[in-house]
Write a protein that binds this ligand. Structure first.
Ligand SMILES: *[C@@H]1O[C@H](CO)[C@@H](O)[C@H](O)[C@H]1NC(C)=O
Ligand SMILES: *[C@@H]1O[C@H](CO)[C@@H](O)[C@H](O)[C@H]1NC(C)=O
Length: 203
């Protein structure tokens, strides 16, 4: 009977600390070191350009501090300038409500050696300013540690991505202008041709 209560208690505790309870970002261990290939202020194109990301455990952390890390999720995150006036990208310390990092670049098993991967920017990434953040997750899939390419205030090493829809709009405008120009040219040609025929008829 007692054992049963203990089990329920343990499940409840697990539930409270993991699944049911949103973890606070501010409570995570800042133990991962993450770097990404884009230079500060660089402009990359969605669907075309690649980002190379490297992450590893910060070696100044004592051995075994990563014993709970089971997997790593690397995400593309909105920089503050691209969150302004956009509630749907708002940062919340409660990670179950946080909308800073909406795009997963890679999810893989945790490994304490240096990890590197290349990611072609997905075609659905919108035009915005970004940084990269990696979360270490425990066996429950709960965030326990992180690392990011920018500083705590999210002001350094930010890069820009130009989304495909933005490019399509300018392409559409260009083709509309081209069509209008073609139509004008065609009309001009037609009129000139008509006048020429008229002239030759009058001769
Ligand atoms: C985080 O948000 C979830 C969902 O609203 C809530 O259930 C949880 O209690 C919150 N966690 C903290 C630590 O505030
Ligand atoms: C590693 O962690 C230490 C202690 O928190 C910190 O001072 C140092 O800047 C970190 N190193 C890197 C490369 O982030």
């Amino acid at each position: 009977m007692e054992g049963h209560g203990l089990l329920v208690g343990a499940i409840l505790l697990l539930c409270l600390t993991h699944t049911c309870y949103g973890v606070l970002f501010s409570s995570l261990q800042h133990s991962l070191v993450v770097t990404a290939s884009p230079q500060q202020g660089q402009l990359l194109k969605a669907g075309e350009d690649k980002i190379e990301v490297t992450w590893q455990l910060n070696m100044t952390f004592p051995a075994g501090s990563d014993s709970a890390y089971k997997s790593v999720k690397v995400k593309l995150c909105y920089a503050p300038i691209s969150q302004k006036d956009r509630a749907w990208r708002k940062t919340n310390d409660n990670l179950s409500k946080d909308k800073t990092c909406q795009f997963t670049m890679v999810a893989e098993a945790y490994n304490d050696a240096v990890q590197t991967f290349q990611w072609t920017i997905a075609r659905d990434i919108p035009t915005a300013t970004y940084f990269v953040r990696a979360y270490a997750l425990d066996s429950q899939g709960t965030q326990v540690a992180y690392g990011q390419t920018t500083d705590g205030h999210k002001t350094t090493n930010l890069f820009d991505i130009q989304g495909i829809s933005g490019r399509h709009v300018s392409l559409d405008i260009a083709s509309a202008c081209f069509s209008a120009f073609s139509l004008l040219a065609l009309c001009g040609f037609f009129l000139a041709e008509k006048r020429r025929t008229k002239l030759s008829h009058n001769k």
